[in-house]
Ligand binder design. Structure first.
Ligand SMILES: [Zn+2]
Length: 361
């Protein structure tokens, strides 16, 4: 059996999903075999957690109601971060307090945001601050600790907001938390949003190197899956493997590019009436790059994709080659639990990478 391309010591006896399981199961999706040992697969798989919970893809997963493996712990990414990434933060202007924002969250499968569980406090200068109440805040002293961290320990309580899924239990918890706050409780009724009122929110994603390692991993493994002439052990790929395994400066490997890398997205060749992920490899005379655009869709979706530098082209007889696939979601998972299917993209539809964004050193 071949040796693992990462540690070069143990047998490559582990199957690896090119697309992380949290994105759902796709028909025709074959695993990458004979490349990784179980230990290395587990180690590099840790970066998937942040990709699935903290980045923009995590947000779109919720909106589209995409479920990962059943045995995975369910975490609400609006309240809890992961492996150094912060919870997803959506803020909107408060409906009646000027210069004050409220925290929002999105329900699974809903393309709308609602207020999240949080309290509004007013500091000694009269400025309002929203404070999120994740499950770890159980006592007034936890809440007091949050205020101290933000440098607003002497704030007074103004009002609370509950999440759509919250009930009497959470309401009593927040009342208890705030009752001990500075002893200056002024309860005020929370006004519900008007049904017709539409507001735009701002979503903030705070991630670290893990997030970009996960993207580099998807790109590199997708490349290995479709370019059999490479084993993955070529020394040109040492750099990307090192980054996937140990992290480092993400700018060296992953770039965000505005727009799309597919010609005329809404043509008959590409289905964008459903949500999909577009993955492609551009191998030219100099180097090999991957392009990944997640959650391309009819209404919403990030207007940017990732370009991953995989390495210089190690071939002796070099010829350019493109390959691309579309991971299309079904409207709902089919009877066998597949979330979608994979179609190959016509290579003429794939535009070459924007190499001016990257300097090879
Ligand atoms: Zn290994």
């Amino acid at each position: 059996m071949a040796l693992c391309i990462y540690c070069n010591k143990q047998a490559a006896n582990s199957g690896e999903h090119v697309m992380p399981a949290c994105m759902g199961k796709f028909r025709n999706s074959e695993q990458l075999h004979d490349k990784l040992c179980i230990d290395c697969n587990n180690e590099i798989g840790k970066s998937d957690e942040q990709f699935c919970r903290c980045g923009p893809e995590a947000f779109f997963r919720i909106i589209k109601g995409i479920k990962g493996r059943k045995h995975h712990e369910r975490v609400n990414p609006f309240y809890r971060g992961s492996t150094g990434g912060k919870p997803i933060e959506i803020k909107m202007q408060h409906p009646y307090i000027e210069n004050c924002e409220i925290f929002c969250e999105t329900e699974e499968g809903a393309e709308k945001s609602y207020p999240a569980r949080h309290v509004i406090v007013r500091d000694s200068n009269g400025k309002h601050h929203p404070i999120l109440i994740p499950n770890r805040i159980r006592e007034t002293r936890d809440l007091q600790g949050e205020l101290e961290l933000k440098g607003i320990a002497n704030s007074e309580f103004v009002e609370w907001w509950l999440s759509v899924g919250d009930g009497e239990k959470q309401r009593r918890l927040i009342e208890r938390l705030c009752a001990g706050l500075n002893g200056k409780i002024k309860w005020s009724e929370t006004l519900p949003f008007q049904k017709t009122e539409k507001q735009n929110g701002v979503a903030t994603f705070i991630v670290n190197s893990n997030y970009f390692q996960a993207i580099a991993k998807i790109a590199f493994h997708y490349f290995l899956k479709h370019f059999n002439q490479f084993t993955g052990c070529e020394r040109e790929f040492d750099g990307i493997k090192q980054f996937i395994m140990n992290g480092g400066n993400p700018d060296r490997w992953v770039q965000q590019v505005k727009g799309s890398f597919v010609h005329s997205l809404n043509s008959r060749f590409i289905t964008t009436d459903k949500y999909c992920h577009l993955l492609a490899i551009n191998k030219n005379y100099i180097d090999i790059r991957a392009m990944l655009h997640f959650f391309v869709g009819p209404k919403i979706g990030p207007h940017r994709y990732y370009e991953v530098f995989i390495g210089k082209n190690p071939e002796r007889i070099i010829y350019p080659q493109n390959i691309g696939h579309q991971f299309v979601y079904f409207d709902k998972p089919d009877k066998e639990g597949y979330s979608g299917r994979i179609d190959q993209l016509l290579t003429t539809k794939i535009m070459p990478c924007k190499q001016q964004l990257f300097l090879i050193v």
